[in-house]
Design a protein around this ligand. Structure first.
Ligand SMILES: *[C@@H]1O[C@H](CO)[C@@H](O)[C@H](O)[C@H]1NC(C)=O
Ligand SMILES: *[C@@H]1O[C@H](CO)[C@@H](O)[C@H](O)[C@H]1NC(C)=O
Length: 507
């Protein structure tokens, strides 16, 4: 009797669980659109400078209105990179490039969010135009990062030194300059029909900045080191950014010289690169790398889009295929790991940047493959485009709440999401609620408290859980609880795709 009752209880529980999973599944697939809107809203929370009248995230106010004045430039605007108040141009430019690539591939699927996507790009490019206003100079960062990180302060209150770090002909920075050129070139394609004049300004500047990056070679570590390192040192060298910049310029202009540059230089890209993993430098195969520091897989996927059907213009397709094979769980050359709950992992902090940016490349490459009836051979496994999409969709669903903790890693999305993200503006009371100045160290109690943050940075995706799917939701744990622009930027494109096509199907 008792055991029979227990048995039916278990059956009931199983049923409820199954039902719950079905409901969760439905909720997830219906809400890619909601996630897309929020993913874009996040960028408004990262805005620096004078906020526009149509600012929706309105607990944030104007900040850093004198940036650049120390070097006779107007550098007001742009984005804070993460949970601090520094403007690091290298990851900012990369985030802008990824927003632009998202719109180039999937903008027509974004519906009413397309306008917000364009706004998010323009907020980046307006600043990048200021940062490159004078020929032979490129701004690398604004805000003394050590002073900034020593305070827990709202951007609106900042009283730390807003030093501008600028590279030039005698103190060059090819990585930040070439990535800036890539962002401007990619964005010029985005605005080609929406704002032709602006598009021309962007592409012309991209050419000028690329020439500077290429003619005056060097890493910005040697020029403005303490302004950017160790935060965003270019650990893997600047060669990849030069080629990435040339690829975007070729896509934007169709000018032969950029194609020749690519073909001439791509074979000399290093096969092994160094990446920073938990404070240690590690060597790894370059073809599998993609992020703010390394552009290799991005170059190969991007260029494959236009050479996939011609036999003599590779290595791009071969290398892009090798990259895809590092991600498939069933591939003999898989090199990433997956948590028990299914999240993709690469060594090092802020893991979610890999989950979103590699998912983006998978979805984009899947579209290129479909156009050419292609597939990716991984040893004895032949990966169809729908398989690539499935992998990416698994990452999206995990991030949005289909995981062992039933936790959405996007703030403000779903029922349960991080409450203590490592983000100064979000954790401190807003200017509206607390207009009095909060000094550098006076913010410390807000950093240390176990209470939830004061403001919702809607759409922010955090560094994410650990390899056992656990998440402490602890503000002091920056690698897991800090959002960044380059986690969200590629996710914009991924969400736009799954909003339109939620169910990857074999063709
Ligand atoms: C070039 O940049 C370096 C480092 O920012 C700076 O010290 C130097 O004064 C600059 N030179 C010129 C001519 O602007
Ligand atoms: C490759 O495909 C494009 C269109 O997708 C076409 O314009 C081009 O002629 C093709 N090239 C080859 C070598 O088949």
């Amino acid at each position: 009797m008792a055991s029979g009752k227990r048995h039916s209880m278990i059956t009931l529980l199983t049923l409820l669980l199954l039902l719950g999973m079905v409901v969760l599944d439905r909720v997830a697939s219906q809400n890619y659109g909601d996630a897309l809107s929020k993913c874009l809203l996040f960028f408004e929370g990262q805005r620096s400078g004078k906020l526009p009248p149509n600012q929706r995230m309105n607990w944030r106010k104007d900040s850093a209105l004198r940036d650049g004045f120390d070097v006779g430039m107007n550098l007001v605007g742009g984005y804070y990179d993460a949970g601090d108040n520094v403007k690091f141009n290298f990851p900012m430019a990369f985030s802008t490039t990824m927003l632009a690539w998202s719109v180039i591939e999937f903008g027509q699927l974004m519906g009413s969010d397309l306008q917000y996507a364009l706004d998010s790009i323009r907020w980046g490019t307006d600043y990048l135009l200021k940062a490159t206003k004078f020929p032979g100079k490129v701004t690398a960062a604004v805000g003394d990062p050590n002073a900034d990180h020593n305070c827990w302060q709202r951007p609106e209150d900042m009283d730390t030194s807003r030093t501008s770090y600028v590279v030039n002909q005698t103190h060059p920075g090819s990585e930040v300059s070439a990535e800036t050129a890539a962002a401007l070139a990619a964005s010029s394609l985005v605005f080609k029909s929406a704002d032709k004049k602006y598009s021309i300004v962007l592409v012309n500047r991209a050419k000028q900045v690329f020439d500077f990056a290429d003619m005056f070679r060097g890493t910005y570590k040697d020029s403005v080191g303490r302004g950017v390192c160790p935060f965003y040192c270019d650990y893997d060298g600047y060669e990849d950014e030069l080629i990435w910049g040339a690829a975007w310029l070729f896509k934007a202009t169709n000018e032969r010289k950029y194609w020749d540059y690519l073909q001439r230089n791509v074979l000399y890209l290093p096969k092994k690169v160094t990446r920073l993993v938990d404070g240690q430098l590690q060597a790894s195969a370059s073809f599998a790398e993609f992020g703010w520091d390394a552009k290799y897989a991005g170059i190969n996927v991007l260029v494959s889009g236009w050479v996939m059907n011609s036999s003599n213009s590779n290595p791009y397709v071969l290398e892009a295929g090798k990259f895809v094979c590092t991600l498939l769980p069933e591939s003999p050359s898989k090199s990433v790991t997956y948590s028990p709950g299914g999240l993709l992992f690469r060594p090092g902090g802020s893991n979610m940047q890999h989950a979103t940016s590699l998912s983006f490349l998978l979805v984009v490459y899947a579209q290129y493959l479909k156009k050419h009836n292609g597939a990716v051979p991984c040893g004895n496994v032949n990966a169809e485009p729908s398989r690539l999409e499935q992998i990416a969709k698994g990452q999206v669903d995990y991030i949005l709440g289909k995981n062992p903790l039933s936790m959405s890693y996007m703030v403000g999305f779903g029922q349960k999401f991080p409450q203590r993200i490592h983000h100064r503006a979000a954790s401190l009371p807003s200017i509206g609620k607390h207009p009095e100045h909060i000094k550098c160290k006076d913010g410390t109690p807000y950093f240390q408290t176990e209470n939830p943050n004061q403001n919702l940075l809607t759409g922010a995706i955090v560094g994410g859980p650990d390899e056992k799917d656990q998440f402490p939701d602890n503000r002091m744990n920056a690698p897991q609880s800090e959002p960044t622009t380059y986690i969200n930027a590629p996710f914009v494109g991924v969400l736009a795709y799954f909003k339109a096509f939620p169910n990857p199907q074999a063709v």
